[in-house]
Design a protein around this ligand. Structure first.
Ligand SMILES: [Zn+2]
Length: 640
């Protein structure tokens, strides 16, 4: 059914407008939700279809409140606007939790007659009932009160855990003479004190260069050791409490363990499947990891003839040394081809070609002059709008991520999304180019998938363990010699040579298996801590990492106390590898031709455009024409 063309959101022009946009607009949406909830309960004669429409109206209002609140709290240059947005984001979270414990609202759907619903309505009703049940609504009064208490405890403990990490910065002092190998600019920024000592902190700006370049093993071990004890002992009891709270909540809600609770809404489906998946990755990675390990140990022995093992404190140093010495990839030379403006043009041109869209620059107000706004257009039709906020500034989010701004709803609103990144305005590292493609993968998924009727199924509202797959797939375009040559041109006008890209790819493949075992250590820790709940956390976690990787943890370290993802990811740190298995399989369908027109079209239609309207497993099978397999991931592990 044709709809009149939709107009993008008009963003405010001035400070008063932004304060209202961040404060009053979401509050108005929340009032609308309360009114809808009142009608749902009061109007008992509504059909199930009418109830679902009203519920969807509330979902749209909630998403229209939540998306800009999360975005603005991370990017608006005015701290008052950020604070207003943050306050609204908290109010929205609270409203959502409260709705799922509201028994009157639950009865509107638990008693609803499903006869005559179409497939999408039935799916929405199933999801809705599931979400209510997961919230604990069908427990007795005491049970509901306890679930609420446990959920609040989880939030509070998670915040404490994260705060201890954020505030847990450690320092060590080392002799200035022991910093051999570190870059000149690092040494200039770290002058020696009166005693010829240099202070190093556990911040990434010190940690990363030291663990990568410090030739003195004792310096690497001292700083990585301090980093591995970040937030310890403070977080020891916090983590034990958090694990206990989650176990009790899972049991109260009728789940085998916390991983069963978390995975119920994901592709993987159960705790037992997480365990099986981790075992499978471990088995697949073992041969390549063993041969890589032999090489890094041999390289360590050139520095330290008596070394018997490679520890996590030596891992980055050895990989970096081998890549430099054996693969002839000079990072300085590589970055000379990646001037920011050309990379931006390249990301736009590459994805435009792949997805058959155009990006039309728009001169419209936004939250900062750095923001570049484009309409995403196909055949004259506007599909959505993107906002690229790509350079660092004070008070802005300091990683790279994609944020929604407007959820796309058929006949109601065009999808809009934003990237918040922190790229230099000059030359980029190749890693950053890969990141740019990755985040852009989320953005186009949000726009192309954002044309559906139901707010719960539009854009990137798909299973959490699938959502990285389209982004991980798009990274591959940043590793293709032809794609890179189309935009990676140095200041003399020469495109990046294919043989340099080939060396970059070979160097990238080396260490991949060991890196996967390191990730497997994190995933195993996240899973087994939640499922086994050991009494001796230190001994258990040491064992998890030793079982996952030949690269050993530092003895006696307490890295779990600083493992920030334990709060948000819970038992599910496996998701990144799970998505990667799918991404490698999706890539195999392109059979080496990244712009194959037929495959690209199928990818768009079967993976991106459906958004969350179908289970991810069905999307993947529709695209591949078969069940997803492990084969392409296994080949990638072996260095292909
Ligand atoms: Zn991502």
């Amino acid at each position: 059914m044709p709809h009149p063309p939709l107009e993008p959101l008009s963003l405010p022009l001035d400070r008063a407008g932004w304060l209202s946009f961040a404060g009053e607009r979401p509050a108005e949406r929340l009032a609308r939700v309360a009114e809808i909830d009142r009608r749902l309960v009061a109007e008992t004669a509504l059909t199930t279809s009418e109830r679902l429409d009203l519920w969807n109206d509330a979902d749209i209002a909630l998403a229209e409140a939540a998306a800009p609140s999360h975005l603005l709290s991370e990017c608006h240059p005015d701290s008052d606007v950020r604070a207003a947005a943050e306050a609204q984001a908290q109010a929205i979270d609270a409203a959502q939790a409260r709705r799922l414990l509201d028994r009157d609202l639950w009865h509107v759907f638990s008693d609803a007659d499903a006869a005559g619903l179409d497939a999408a309505q039935q799916r929405l009703l199933d999801h809705l009932r599931r979400d209510f049940r997961r919230g604990g609504v069908d427990l007795d009064d005491a049970g509901r009160a306890r679930v609420q208490e446990l959920a609040d405890r989880d939030t509070a403990l998670s915040q404490t855990f994260s705060r201890h990490i954020r505030e847990g910065r450690r320092e060590i002092r080392v002799p200035a003479a022991s910093l051999e190998g570190l870059p000149a600019d690092f040494l200039a920024e770290h002058p020696a004190d009166d005693e010829a000592m240099v202070t190093l902190t556990t911040e990434y700006t010190d940690l990363m260069p030291v663990r990568e370049y410090a030739r003195d093993i004792s310096v690497r071990h001292a700083l990585v050791g301090a980093y591995n004890d970040l937030a310890w002992p403070e977080n020891e009891a916090v983590l034990a409490d958090l694990l206990a709270v989650r176990a009790e909540r899972a049991a109260l809600l009728g789940y085998g363990d916390w991983a069963d609770y978390e995975t119920e809404t994901r592709m993987i489906g159960s705790s037992a499947e997480v365990r099986a998946f981790l075992d499978r990755v471990a088995e697949a990675v073992a041969p390549a990891a063993a041969s890589e390990y032999a090489r890094v140990l041999e390289r360590l022995r050139r520095d330290e003839p008596d070394a018997t093992e490679v520890t996590i404190a030596d891992f980055w140093y050895l990989l970096s040394a081998l890549k430099r010495e054996e693969y002839d990839v000079d990072a300085q030379l590589v970055r000379s081809y990646f001037r920011f403006d050309r990379v931006l043009d390249g990301v736009l041109a590459t994805t435009a070609r792949l997805l058959d869209v155009e990006y039309v620059p728009v001169d419209a107000p936004s939250w900062h002059d750095d923001v570049r706004t484009y309409d995403v257009v196909r055949a004259g039709e506007r599909l959505g709008r993107i906002h690229l906020d790509l350079h660092p500034r004070d008070g802005k989010y300091n990683h790279a991520a994609c944020f929604g701004l407007v959820p796309g709803i058929t006949g109601h609103a065009l999808p809009e999304g934003a990237l918040l990144c922190n790229f230099s305005r000059g030359l980029l590292e190749h890693d950053e180019v890969v990141t740019f493609f990755h985040e852009f993968g989320h953005l186009v998924h949000d726009i192309l998938g954002g044309h559906h009727r139901w707010a719960s199924f539009t854009g990137i509202a798909t299973e959490w363990d699938f959502v990285e797959a389209p982004s991980q797939l798009l990274e591959e375009w940043a590793w293709d010699a032809e794609v890179l040559a189309s935009f990676a041109v140095n200041d003399e006008g020469r495109a990046i040579p294919a043989d340099l890209v080939a060396r970059m790819r070979t160097a990238d493949a080396f260490g991949r298996a060991l890196e996967v075992t390191r990730q497997l250590g994190h995933a195993t820790t996240s899973y087994r801590l939640h499922v086994e709940r050991p009494t001796d956390l230190q001994a258990a976690v040491d064992g998890y990492y030793r079982s996952a990787s030949p690269v050993t943890p530092l003895p006696g370290s307490h890295s779990y106390a600083g493992f920030g993802h334990l709060t948000g990811y819970g038992a599910c740190y496996y998701t990144y590898q799970w998505s990667l298995v799918i991404a490698r399989d999706l890539l195999s369908a392109f059979a080496g031709d990244l712009f194959d027109v037929e495959t690209a079209l199928r990818y768009r239609r079967e993976i991106l455009e459906p958004g969350g309207t179908r289970d991810a497993r069905d999307l993947v099978e529709a695209f591949l024409g078969r069940e997803s397999t492990f084969d392409a991931y296994r080949d990638w592990l072996a260095g292909a």
